[in-house]
Structures are given as C-alpha cells and as structure tokens.
Design a protein around this ligand. Structure first.
Ligand code: FES
Ligand code: FES
Length: 161
C-alpha cells in the first residue's frame, strides 16, 4: 500500500487535516474526504470546468491537482459562497435569471465567475462569454447564464456604489 501523506488545508474558512494517498485528486478529496459534494466532477481531465474551485483565490480545475498540492493553501468551494439566507450576488442572479438548468455545471460556473467579477466590473457580453468558455454546460443554455452574469455584475456594482 502507498504511504499516506498529511494534508493540512483551509477550506471555506475551516482547517482540515487528513492523511491521503499522494495520487488522490483534489476534487475527490473535497468530495469524499470532506463531504463537500457541491463541487461536481465531469470529465476528470481538465476539459469541462465543472470541478472548478478557488485555490488561494484563483479559479482552478480541482481534477487536475493532487490533494497534497493543496497542503498549506486555502480552498473555497461553492459551499463557501453564500448561504440560503444570504446568497452571493452570483447565486441570486443565477436564481433570478434562470442561469441554472439541471445545475450540474453551475458550481464550476460560479467559482470561475467569482474572481472574474472581482476583476471586471460590468463586463460586456463578449467578456462574459470568454470568461466561461472553459466551462461546458451540457444543457446548452448559455444565454441564460450570460444574462445571469450580467445581472450579477449589476448587483455587485450597485452594492459597491
Ligand atoms: S471534471 Fe475537472 S475539468 Fe472536468
Ligand atoms: S445547467 Fe445543466 S449542465 Fe449546465
């Protein structure tokens, strides 16, 4: 059996320590070791974007990273975005503009869009489409998603003005 390696990681503000196999993917660590199943897994080889989480604030594909690489780093998953009572503006906007259809791609979309909207106030439709061009939606409803991101950016701008 492979020797286990200690991982010490902060996820959504909570520190976790686990001993894991070095080959364990971060996506599987988040879902199976921590029980945070909001992070979805699609292709498991970096194509679909559904497993996207924030790694020290940057959007990354958690199926392309080993859990041990997250040692001493901070991860944020969709569970850390908002609560039922206090949704993140992106979650509110996806709800109001029907940006989620089956919802499978939604966590990855949201986590891709968090840093994008932090860096781009009131982005154009073209900029939004480019921001999510690595996130595949098999329900193919991209227009609703784009509308939701526009709405979210307006909500964020209104809050900060
Ligand atoms: S599951 Fe990670 S990119 Fe598809
Ligand atoms: S909403 Fe179904 S995969 Fe995107």
């Amino acid at each position: 059996m492979t020797d286990l390696v200690k991982v010490n990681v902060v996820v959504n503000g909570t520190r976790y320590e686990r001993s894991v196999e070095p080959r364990l993917l971060l996506s599987d660590f988040i879902r199976h070791e921590l029980g945070l199943t909001g992070t979805h897994v699609g292709c498991e080889h970096g194509v679909c974007g559904t497993c996207t989480v924030l790694f020290d604030g940057a959007a990354v594909r958690s199926c392309l990273i080993f859990a041990v690489q997250a040692n001493n780093h901070e991860i944020r998953t969709v569970e850390g975005l908002g609560t039922i009572d206090h949704l993140h503006p992106l979650q509110e906007a996806f709800w109001e503009a029907h940006g989620a259809q089956c919802g499978y791609c939604t966590p990855g979309m949201l986590m891709t869009l968090v840093p994008f909207l932090e860096q781009n106030e009131l982005p154009s439709e073209q900029e939004i489409r480019e921001a999510i061009d690595g996130n595949l939606c098999r329900c193919t409803g991209y227009q609703h998603i784009v509308n939701a991101v526009k709405l979210a950016s307006e909500k964020i701008a209104a809050k900060s003005s």
